[in-house]
Design a protein around this ligand. Structure first.
Ligand SMILES: NC(=O)c1ccc[n+]([C@@H]2O[C@H](COP(=O)([O-])OP(=O)(O)OC[C@H]3O[C@@H](n4cnc5c(N)ncnc54)[C@H](O)[C@@H]3O)[C@@H](O)[C@H]2O)c1
Length: 257
């Protein structure tokens, strides 16, 4: 039996990048996966024989609808991956209150709403599994260390990190485990945004920006979406049965420097 056989997982922001890779990895481990995104995620769901739903994580009514779907069509929920996120590279002086609120609406309020609406379903199904049920929140190395010119993103990912720990304590007796994952620079659409900014700042081309960013990571390469998906699958599985409130750093050694 595959290790996530019989479980139902929900991954937000899963039409591409880390979310799509995570949906594929969870499905490969045997989970039935609901992929959601503000964009169309049906290509990913078709690939893995899962479900796809349009969902804006900032909208409470969308969370209600997604949880009603999980209950009615999939029988409940065992794993929530709060992956949807936005990036913003702007100096303090250039960051507007509107920028701040828009980013926090997705990166922080989206995670809060996901945890709030999924917790009752996860609590119901926790007794089924040796390791209980699981929430995995996507934070970042930017939730651990500062990133010049990205204070808004820093603040949002720091909030995810500490919200994860508080919630882990609140849900521990229900056997719902809550952990965060902290990727370094991963080669996705968002990763490309970081590379484009770096190239512009240094006045170099994409290849040179990639080489320099890779050099900044002790393993000497950028991360791949699959590297993060593997970490999420571990935290979602019974192999992590005694892991809650923790932060799993997957950054090629970036924050060890
Ligand atoms: N790529 C990196 O280098 C990196 C590093 C650290 C952390 N992360 C985090 O990992 C997560 C995934 O990043 P990625 O690199 O795959 O990014 P990505 O930009 O490739 O994908 C993000 C997805 O989120 C979706 N999304 C955005 N706003 C949404 C909303 N309101 N509701 C629902 N979906 C929404 C987008 O449509 C997109 O499909 C994010 O939380 C990001 O902050 C990424």
């Amino acid at each position: 039996m595959r290790e996530l056989e019989g479980r139902v997982a929900l991954v937000t922001g899963a039409s591409r990048g880390i979310g799509a890779a995570t949906a594929r990895a969870l499905a490969a481990a045997g989970a039935r996966v609901i992929v959601t995104d503000v964009s169309d995620a049906s290509e990913v769901s078709a690939e893995i024989d899962g479900f796809s739903l349009r969902q804006d994580v900032t909208r409470e009514s969308d969370w209600e609808a997604v949880m009603a779907f999980a209950r009615a069509e999939a029988g409940g929920l065992d794993i929530l991956v709060n992956n949807a996120g936005l990036f913003l590279q702007k100096s303090l002086a250039n960051t507007t209150l509107e920028d701040w609120r828009k980013l926090h609406a997705v990166n922080v309020e989206g995670v809060f709403l996901g945890c709030k609406y999924a917790a009752p379903l996860l609590t119901e199904r926790a007794p089924r599994w040796a390791g209980g049920t699981a929430i995995v929140n996507l934070s970042s190395v930017a939730g651990l260390v500062g990133a010049a010119g990205a204070i808004c993103y820093n603040a949002s990912k720091g909030a995810v990190r500490i919200m994860t720990k508080g919630l882990a304590l609140e849900l521990a007796r229900s056997q719902v485990r809550v952990n965060s994952v902290h990727p370094g620079l991963i080669d996705t659409h968002m990763g490309q945004e970081v590379l484009d900014r770096t190239a512009a700042r240094l006045g170099v081309g994409d290849n040179e920006a990639r080489t320099r960013m890779a050099r900044g990571h002790p393993l000497g390469r950028l991360g791949q979406d699959r590297n993060i998906a593997d970490a999420v699958c571990f935290l979602a599985s019974d192999r992590a049965a005694y892991v809650t409130g923790s932060e799993l750093v997957v950054d090629g050694g970036f924050t060890a420097q």
